[in-house]
Design a protein around this ligand. Sequence first.
Ligand SMILES: *Cc1c(COP(=O)(O)O)cnc(C)c1O
Length: 305
Amino acid sequence: MTSENIQIILPLLQKQEVELYVKREDLLHPFISGNKFRKLTYNLQEAKKQKKEYLLTFGGAYSNHILATAAAGKEFGFKTVGVIRGEELEIDLQKTFSKNATLKKASEFGMEFLFVSRSEYNQKKEITFLDKLQIKYPNSYLVPEGGTNSLAIKGCEEILTTNDTRFTHICCAMGTGGTVTGLINSSLKHQNILVFPSLKGNWVADEINSLKPNKKNWKVILDYHFGGYGKVSDELITFINQFKKQTSIPLDPIYTGKMMFGLLDMVQQTQFKKGSKILAIHTGGLQGIEGMNVLLKQKNKEIIQ
Ligand SMILES: *Cc1c(COP(=O)(O)O)cnc(C)c1O
């Protein structure tokens, strides 16, 4: 499965003499968005092979991965359980659904939820907690938070194809690092992988190293997290709306919007040599716009169009 590369035409790019293309992974599936589709593909095959009944995974209340897992379960014949951070969400579930399109849609796909406190959620990698979950949901296939494991990385190695060898730079947003690790593994040595974390912290490079990428042709760009995961600024929202007007390509506020903002800012600052050919991966995440707009409206801010 390959997705199309679309060239972006903007005065800034012409002026700096760099080419920019966007790989539209966001169009792979309406709900199993972009990189989450890649990350789930081989895990679904493995779960089938092991004859598992449930897919069980973890996420925050607006998680793209939670919705992707719910949709994949429905489509490929698994029951799904989402362990969700935030026990307060369970108090009035109808109210939660009315404010949170992610959980509402996941529930419509048949996902069962286990709402847990933040401290319990932090045990998501601990054996005793996982054993408890296995007792509650026997015969379940565990997918880690964000979907990152070795099979996910294998799936993300298929994002780049032989058509992409002419690019000098490949840009991608990062959460857990699985996607960029797949990109690094299947890139060519002369290509530069630029990683744009949407989380704040200097540990992101360690996180990628722990996933053992097979090359060192990558660099983390730390300047465009906008205050951290889930945080946005007026400037970012304005940028996302303007970019869509100019290119007809929607961006999400958590990942791809920050990456594209950062990447164009770097072009502006002439950080790319003339003649650079940049490929930006659109990892999807557009389902998150609705939830973000609810929060922006509450604050009387500009919303994402
Ligand atoms: C989950 C997600 C990412 C981050 O992927 P990781 O493999 O966790 O680094 C990037 N972009 C979008 C749209 C996502 O949903």
